[in-house]
Design a protein around this ligand. Structure first.
Ligand SMILES: *[C@@H]1O[C@H](CO)[C@@H](O)[C@H](O)[C@H]1NC(C)=O
Ligand SMILES: *[C@@H]1O[C@H](CO)[C@@H](O)[C@H](O)[C@H]1NC(C)=O
Ligand SMILES: *[C@@H]1O[C@H](CO)[C@@H](O)[C@H](O)[C@H]1NC(C)=O
Ligand SMILES: *[C@@H]1O[C@H](CO)[C@@H](O)[C@H](O)[C@H]1NC(C)=O
Ligand SMILES: *[C@@H]1O[C@H](CO)[C@@H](O)[C@H](O)[C@H]1NC(C)=O
Ligand SMILES: *[C@@H]1O[C@H](CO)[C@@H](O)[C@H](O)[C@H]1NC(C)=O
Length: 468
């Protein structure tokens, strides 16, 4: 097996040593469930990439390694048929693809409480937003787009200059998305003949209510169908009951999260990061609980800068007091630890996944069950969601170790119809291009019924009473 030297980020010299990991190994740090993973600076980024220029497309050094800015995805250069088919023991044809992905890279959700020392520019992006009538003879609107600006007479400041509506998609995100779609077409359309040349009634798209996922859908699907002239429905549930992106309200979610954040393991991760949190808190005016109690906000803020061609932030009151790459790497390791804890190793993980994501997992299972029954009305579904959806789905699948599901991270549920006399349908689950490694083994070729059985325990029997 070839070994790659990783750990050198684009642009800036990273301080992490060469760990000698293959691209795939960067997905699965074996010691991620230990808080020593956070404090051990020699781990660096564990072979991951956290930097990208403003414009794309970008992804991975080398391609296939964990890349927070743009995770790898199935593309013709690397895509291989499942071994069972390559070896020719069975004949098989791809009959169904359920593709989930996080949106592409973006500006931050969390602006530093002390203010940002750099402006974010988004006037190279046109977030479209307009409404028309569903017939050609009805009113067709002007394609209006949002243009964010600042008026000097407005006494309130968002704490950051520029032209972005946070956390809007960035130019690099759109370019990454377009390439992502082109690559999916090359694999699942041109090569495997599953995605049709034109959208038809056997394709189906869905997003969360967020402008981010909708922006991604337009860019990615334009890559799939560059010449398509028509419009397409992007299905969405009413946001108050959405089964993705924490739509429905459920007090059990908050209660369980509080319990997760009171365990000895959680407290240990808070203890080992005390110095880091204190340094960042005073440098950036980020001393409130929302910045100090998890690494969500620091991680979000730093990745948005690094993944869109900006520098790490500095204090507004002392421009030589800046976040260093080592600090950022520790923040990212702590974030990875937290995600693994939320969705893999917390003591009540199965129930937590049920209340947060169980309904959505049930919807995926229903699609797969219809394929198994031979009654599916769909060949290709593509669902644009968030890290908070990808994480629990990977947890339910039993991923060996879960780093934070990064920008554009994707799960491809492939279903193959075969002439195997044991099982007519087999599934393969690719996570960001790689057959998923799980506690059930590598999900490279599993009878579809077995895959359904892996996911079923996470579907709540009665979510309404669980949530009450
Ligand atoms: C981490 O996981 C490994 C393998 O499952 C296990 O042996 C080890 O005890 C775990 N460590 C912690 C700190 O939970
Ligand atoms: C820190 O990580 C390196 C690289 O994985 C490892 O070789 C070393 O043993 C770790 N040190 C500690 C104290 O855990
Ligand atoms: C934002 O722009 C205003 C007006 O140009 C300037 O006075 C201010 O210093 C800028 N703030 C930051 C944080 O750069
Ligand atoms: C500004 O920050 C630098 C780097 O942390 C530090 O050496 C210096 O003392 C600080 N200056 C002031 C005036 O606090
Ligand atoms: C598949 O078939 C089973 C057994 O006949 C049935 O209970 C189930 O509702 C069907 N599911 C779908 C999605 O078609
Ligand atoms: C499946 O078919 C092969 C080839 O016809 C045969 O050798 C094998 O015994 C069959 N297996 C089962 C479980 O029927």
């Amino acid at each position: 097996m070839s070994r790659f030297s990783v750990g050198i980020a684009i642009g800036l010299a990273s301080l992490s040593p060469v760990l000698g990991l293959t691209p795939e190994e960067t997905f699965y740090p074996p010691t991620l469930n230990d808080t020593a993973y956070i404090s051990n600076s020699s781990i660096g980024t564990y072979g991951g990439t956290y930097q990208a220029p403003t414009t794309g497309p970008t992804g991975g050094t080398p391609y296939g390694a964990y890349d927070y800015c743009s995770m790898p995805h199935p593309r013709p250069q690397e895509y291989e048929l499942p071994d069972a088919l390559k070896q020719g023991h069975v004949w098989g044809k791809l009959v169904y693809l359920e593709y989930l992905q996080r949106h592409q890279r973006r500006s931050p959700y969390n602006i530093l409480p002390g203010g940002e020392n750099q402006a974010y520019e988004c006037d190279n992006v046109r977030p479209y937003l307009y409404a028309g009538v569903n017939s050609f003879s009805g009113i067709q609107p002007i394609p209006m787009y949002a243009q964010t600006y600042q008026d000097p007479t407005n006494p309130f400041t968002p704490g950051v200059n520029g032209t972005c509506q946070y956390p809007q998609i960035t130019i690099g995100g759109i370019q990454d998305g377009f390439q992502h779609g082109k690559d999916l077409w090359a694999v699942y359309g041109e090569r495997l003949g599953l995605i049709p040349r034109q959208p038809n009634e056997r394709v189906w798209f869905r997003s969360s209510e967020s402008a981010l996922t909708q922006g991604s859908a337009g860019a990615v699907l334009r890559g799939v169908w560059p010449w398509y002239q028509g419009t397409l429905p992007l299905h969405q549930m009413v946001s108050s009951v959405d089964t993705v992106n924490a739509g429905y309200s459920c007090s059990a979610v908050g209660n369980m999260l509080n319990a997760i954040k009171s365990t000895p393991e959680w407290n240990e991760h808070i203890t080992v990061t005390a110095e880091l949190r204190s340094t960042l808190g005073s440098m950036l005016g980020a001393e409130s609980g929302s910045w100090q109690s998890t690494f969500d906000h620091f991680s979000d803020n730093f990745q948005a800068r690094l993944c869109n061609g900006y520098m790490l932030p500095c204090s507004l009151t002392n421009s030589s007091n800046c976040v260093t790459m080592e600090m950022a790497e520790e923040v990212f390791r702590a974030g990875d630890w937290e995600w693994n804890y939320y969705w893999r190793t917390n003591p009540d993980v199965a129930k937590y996944i049920q209340v947060v994501e169980g309904l959505f997992i049930g919807e995926i299972v229903t699609h797969l069950q219809a394929v198994l029954n031979g009654t599916s009305s769909l060949d290709y579904t593509h669902i644009f969601v968030h890290d908070g959806d990808i994480g629990p789905v990977l947890g339910a699948l039993g991923i060996d170790a879960l780093r934070w599901p990064a920008m554009a991270s994707n799960i491809a549920f492939e279903v193959w119809e075969t002439n195997d006399n044991q099982s007519r349908y087999y599934a393969r689950v690719l996570y960001s291009g790689w057959p998923l490694k799980t506690i059930h083994g590598t999900l490279d070729w599993v009878p579809l019924a077995d895959l359904i059985n892996i996911m079923k325990p996470y579907i709540p029997k009665d979510i309404v009473s669980l949530c009450a």
